[in-house]
Design a protein around this ligand. Structure first.
Ligand code: ADP
Ligand code: MG
Length: 347
């Protein structure tokens, strides 16, 4: 088990990572999700032992790794740019690290065979890596990281260089490979869809801190703040003011007045953010959300309807552009979010 305790790091007197603590247990794929520049790669370098933290400890099975150099940590790394040797074959690329360890030839061959099978590239051993597609090259990079039998795998935006269609196909494949090998993994990405597709657990990194640690379903269903809902692209975030009507919570927004259930106490007049889920509405003549249709886009088996207010929803039929529609917001389609300026007061 990997354990990070209170890791902090400053660059040029600016805090980049602040009090980061989390664990990664056996068999688990944890996705570290954060915007570009949020410090994800720096955190991986600290775990790998390529850079010291200013504060805090990295432990493996309770042992502090501060005095263990990178090459003795037995952690595997996979990068976005693969970092393969273009003039070497698949076999030689995967064998490279094993040769550095001076393993006997039969052992090297056995391990390469095993790693090649794990990433579904059996039969590719003699091919030159520069003849392979981007997706295949990335699998060679993964096999190379797996061959020394690492106790932890770290992948830094491994699909970042690939086009969208290929990325989506490889997400499922990578998840399968990671689970089949059983090696615990930290998977870094700035792409929320990728994180949700791959992770057993999602860690959200924002302004140097882990602001969320939960399963994809938990993070998706219960965003903890307006920032989270926006960053994860969960839907429309609208600001409102709390009004009470004999015990009922109503929130007045520019899009309409909404009544909703909420676990937390609110004060009348308090500002809150609401999340309106794009699939959480129905067309209804008596709907309390009205707007003029600005744009309609075909989206898989539905239509993405954008209103002039900027709000967007998914509907089964395409309403005419320029016309007014009324929508009823379902209970499941609306949630109260902590206002980022009022954390602790809102939901
Ligand atoms: P991410 O991987 O999330 O995109 P990084 O960890 O690569 O973020 O970098 C975060 C920020 O830390 C960068 O924008 C940069 O300003 C700073 N940084 C990273 N490495 C160094 C360094 N060696 N020296 C100075 N600043 C650095
Ligand atoms: Mg990075």
């Amino acid at each position: 088990m990997l354990q990070l305790l209170d890791i902090s790091k400053d660059y040029e007197n600016k805090p980049l990572l602040r009090g980061i603590s989390f664990t990664v247990t056996a068999n688990e794929t944890v996705c570290l999700l954060g915007a570009s520049g949020s410090g994800k790669s720096t955190l991986l370098r600290i775990i790998a032992g390529l850079e010291p933290p200013d504060q805090g400890t990295v432990r493996w099975e309770e042992r502090d790794l501060a005095s263990v150099p990178a090459h003795l940590r037995n952690f595997g790394l996979v990068f976005q740019d693969y970092a393969l040797f273009p003039h070497l074959s698949v076999f030689e690329n995967i064998a490279f690290g094993l040769r550095m360890q001076n393993l006997p030839r039969p052992e090297i061959e056995q391990r390469v065979r095993e790693a090649v099978a794990q990433v579904n590239l059996t039969g590719f051993e003699k091919r030159g890596v520069s003849d392979l597609s981007g997706g295949e090259q990335q699998r060679v990079a993964l096999a190379r990281a797996l061959a020394p039998r690492p106790r932890l795998l770290m992948l830094d935006e491994p699909l970042g260089a690939l086009d969208r269609a290929l990325r989506e196909r490889l997400q499922g494949e990578l998840r399968g490979i990671l689970h089949a090998t059983g090696v615990p993994a930290i998977y870094v990405t700035h792409d929320q869809e990728e994180a949700f597709a791959i992770a057993d657990r999602v860690l959200l990194l924002h302004e140097g801190e882990i602001v969320r640690d939960g399963s994809p379903a938990e993070v998706w269903n219960e965003p903890g703040s307006a920032w989270e809902a926006r960053f994860l692209g969960l839907g429309n975030v609208v600001e409102g003011v709390v009004r009470f009507e004999v015990g009922k919570l109503k929130v007045e927004t520019s899009a309409g007045v909404f009544e909703l259930g909420c676990r937390h106490a609110h004060r009348a007049g308090e500002k809150v953010n609401l999340l309106l889920r794009p699939s959480g509405v129905r067309l209804a003549a008596d709907g309390n959300l009205r707007g003029v249709v600005a744009d309609v886009l075909f989206h898989q088996d539905q239509f993405k309807v954008t209103l002039e207010s900027g709000l967007y929803f998914y509907l089964p039929e395409a309403p005419p552009v320029g016309g007014e529609i009324r929508l009823r917001v379902l209970q499941s389609g609306i949630q109260c979010l902590a206002n980022d300026d009022f954390i602790g007061l809102g939901c």
